[in-house]
Design a protein around this ligand. Structure first.
Ligand SMILES: Cc1ncc(COP(=O)(O)O)c(C=O)c1O
Length: 365
């Protein structure tokens, strides 16, 4: 089977993790925790980075740090993995769903303003599959209405918008290092910000809001969380980060190869890279349009029979039981794209012959 997206473990992972085991620094404090935060902040170009136990907790933490809670609304896309929407609910706020752009599959910034009410506190763009939200427009609206912006840059690690890494443009950015992400720690996440006060608050809240008093036990001034990442996983993160530039290069080369082999096939829409952006093409994602000889779902079956693992686009969150009654704009593009979109194999280790085989299946149909 050609897998959809598997991790690449070929650097210092074994060495760094062994060092943690040999020295007993396996738990939530240790030099790799600090190093991973420093190295990650340097890579994306943010002033602060706070490592967390997974991406969902980074999102939860971001909302907590900004004081978003009951009675507040947060504008989110419905075309997303569910984690950012759940995080809005964790803090007691309400998600309000906005439609997406048909060419990039991400939040349509032109449709945000019509959803803003006095309850709106934040906009939460999710840069899915490597594609990038029009952040200039998002920030312009946020400034106009005094809103916070939390970017979920999990799937766009390595993507750049006008010279800045995704996740560093809004007030806070969040990442996940789950198994199939560009870099992985098995499970893990990161919160980044250019506001050092917010960064300090995030670290404090994520480590049980603990104040250590001299010669006394632990004292807690807030209700904190245990969102800490163990040193052993941070060690893996440090090793993964050492190879990230190479992984980005390969992802982009693979996307160009897909493009060369698929362009010209009628009724397939290919992903794009907008001017002044760098798309990391985390998952190479195409749309199977109405005139294509088979439907998206039939294609998934055919691919499977050919030994190729693919994945349909996200089922829109607004159609799922907990979110059916949420406020939303017109979501017709979300609904349409969700039925037509398919992610093709995108591992860093994907071979050129495998891409040829995948494209051959599509061309033969
Ligand atoms: C866009 C997005 N946000 C958040 C998450 C959640 O991250 P985690 O699984 O690390 O909690 C994921 C996937 O894992 C994701 O794809």
């Amino acid at each position: 089977m050609i897998p959809l997206c598997v991790p690449e473990i070929k650097g210092n992972e074994w060495k760094y993790i062994k060092e943690c085991l040999d020295t007993n620094w396996v738990s939530s404090v240790g030099s790799y925790v600090d190093k991973f935060e420093r190295d990650f902040a340097k890579f994306v170009g943010s002033k602060s980075a706070v490592v967390t136990v997974n991406g969902t907790s980074a999102l939860h933490l971001a909302l907590e740090v900004l004081g978003i809670g009951e009675g507040d609304e947060v504008i989110v896309p419905s075309m997303t993995f569910i984690a950012p929407v759940n995080a809005v609910k964790y803090v007691g706020a309400e998600p309000v769903f906005v439609d997406i752009c048909r060419d990039t599959f991400v939040m349509d910034a032109d449709k945000i303003e019509e959803l803003i009410t006095p309850k709106t506190k934040a906009i939460l763009p999710v840069h899915i599959y490597g594609n990038i939200v029009d952040m200039d427009k998002v920030m312009e609206i946020a400034n106009k209405y005094n809103l916070y912006v939390i970017e979920d840059a999990t799937e766009s690690l390595g993507s750049i918008y006008k010279g800045k890494h995704t996740g560093t443009i809004g007030h806070i950015g969040c990442f996940s290092f789950n198994g199939n992400k560009l870099i992985t720690t098995g499970a893990g996440g990161m919160l980044v910000t250019n506001d050092e006060q917010l960064g300090k608050k995030a670290k404090f809240l994520s480590t049980q809001s603990k104040v250590t008093l001299e010669n006394k036990g632990f004292y807690h001034t807030d209700i904190g969380f245990n969102f800490r990442m163990p040193n052993i996983l941070a060690a893996m993160g440090c090793a993964q980060l050492e190879n990230i530039e190479e992984y980005i290069k390969i992802k982009r080369e693979n996307a160009s190869f897909y493009y060369e082999l698929l362009k010209g096939i009628e009724n397939i829409t290919l992903p794009i890279e907008k001017s002044q952006t760098r798309n990391v093409f985390w998952l190479y994602s195409i749309l199977i349009e109405d005139g294509f000889p088979v439907s998206r779902d039939e294609l998934i079956k055919i691919m499977f029979e050919e030994g190729i693992e693919t994945r349909p686009f996200f089922i829109p969150v607004h159609t799922m039981p907990p979110y059916k009654n949420c406020r939303c704009g017109d979501l017709s593009i979300t609904d349409e794209v969700s039925l037509k979109g398919i992610n093709l194999p995108s591992s860093v280790s994907l071979k050129k012959e495998e891409i040829k085989k995948i494209c051959e299946v599509l061309r033969n149909i």
